[in-house]
Design a protein around this ligand. Structure first.
Ligand code: PLP
Length: 375
């Protein structure tokens, strides 16, 4: 089995798994308990918060644990959009994940206006695009750090500067970016940031929302007083511990992993060229390491996916979240990719656990499919 869909999810790091085990078995106490049996899980939560904060150059009190990227995105959009009655507009991009887009639709239903910025053909939201739309009535600007279908990395610093000039909160969905490229919330002017552990070799169903001190937020989940009273619910201690170990390891090895995955990426593209496979690569020059969106003119991306699957290779067409939809993804539509290319688009996302042999098998598989099977 060759797994090349690391943008959908990643393999749990062994170290993260080992660190989680004690909290699933012996140390199962409720971290909010006040007796001594809660001391170890409580301490583990504190340590995890500190580790995660360090990884993004934040303070521990600015990290709020959640169930993952979707919850963090919902929290950011729904709470900030409704936080100031004089500022009733949200600006986002047309290529965000549905966790952002559908939260924005909910806010539209509640009478707020939302601007969905169109990127350029590479999927970039340049600050000039935001400049056209931003006014002092905007409460929130939310633009993802890197796109999950194209890999395009956004100019976050410029976008956040512009948001702040108009007194708007700047949120970024960094679910695909964190653990794979440098993220420094201070240098990048980020007020809120969403992350999800399973995209950086942590466990599924856990993530965090970074909220800069002084940002006016209210609780998202009501109930107990966990997470400083802003996100109720018994803490997922094993998940949080696994997330911290995985993020720390990915950040410490970021450069090595990035260079290795970029090498695999180049190797794949060189092999395809050697085979005379013609393709268009989407997403521009500055993309996430290993995330390769390829369009094969006149072909059927889904048929390619299924044929590779029969060879034991897992890749994606567009976003994993679109896997039930036959339609061209909203991202490919937003970059205005011609239909014959859009329909023939696949996403190969390589990670640190892939090998050169994996890449050879993917290239060989694509060659066989594209030369021998017209679809
Ligand atoms: N945002 C982006 C950019 C994503 O790629 C994903 C998952 O694919 C999410 C949010 C949702 O994250 P989660 O699966 O943790 O809910």
């Amino acid at each position: 089995m060759i797994y090349a869909d690391n943008a959908a999810t990643t393999k749990l790091d062994t170290d993260a798994f080992e660190a989680m085990k004690p909290f699933l078995l012996g140390e199962y106490g409720n971290a909010s308990g006040i007796y001594s049996f809660s001391r170890v899980p409580k301490r583990a939560l504190k340590d995890a918060r500190e580790i995660i904060a360090q990884c993004i150059h934040a303070s521990p009190e600015e990290i709020y644990f959640t169930s993952g990227g979707t919850e963090s995105d919902n929290w950011a959009v729904k709470i900030i959009a409704g936080s100031d009655e004089k500022k009733r507009t949200v600006i986002t991009s047309a290529i965000e994940h549905h966790a952002i887009l559908n939260s924005c639709r909910v806010m539209e239903g509640r009478g707020y206006s939302v601007v969905y910025m169109t990127p350029d053909k590479d999927g970039i939201i340049a600050s000039e695009i935001l400049k056209r739309h931003i006014t002092d009535t905007v409460s929130l600007v939310t633009v993802m750090s890197a796109n999950n279908e194209l890999g395009t990395i956004q100019p976050i610093r410029e976008l956040s500067n512009l948001a702040h000039e108009h007194d708007a909160v700047f949120h970024t969905d960094a679910v695909q970016a964190i653990g794979h490229i440098d993220i420094n919330v201070d240098e990048m002017g980020i007020d809120m940031l969403s992350a999800s552990a399973h995209k950086f070799n942590g466990p599924k169903g856990v993530g965090f929302l970074y909220i800069r001190k002084g940002t006016n937020v209210s609780p998202y989940l009501d109930g107990g007083s966990q997470e400083s009273g802003l996100r109720a619910g018994t803490e997922n201690v094993p998940g949080i511990v696994g997330m911290a170990v995985a993020l720390k390891s990915n950040i410490e090895n970021l450069k090595t992993n990035r260079d290795y995955v970029r090498k695999l990426e180049r190797h794949l593209l060189e092999k395809l060229s050697d085979f005379n496979v013609s393709y268009v690569r989407n997403g521009g020059e500055n993309t996430l390491p290993g995330l390769i969106s390829l369009s094969f003119d006149g072909r059927d991306g889904e048929a390619i996916l299924h044929r590779l699957d029969l060879m034991g290779i897992s890749i994606a067409t567009g976003s994993a979240c679109n896997s039930h939809s036959k339609e061209i993804s909203h991202v490919l539509k937003a970059i205005n990719l011609p239909e014959s290319l859009a329909k023939g688009t696949v996403r190969i996302s390589l990670g640190k656990n892939n090998t050169e042999q994996d890449v050879d098998a993917i290239a060989d598989g694509l060659k066989k499919i594209l030369f021998h099977n017209r679809n």
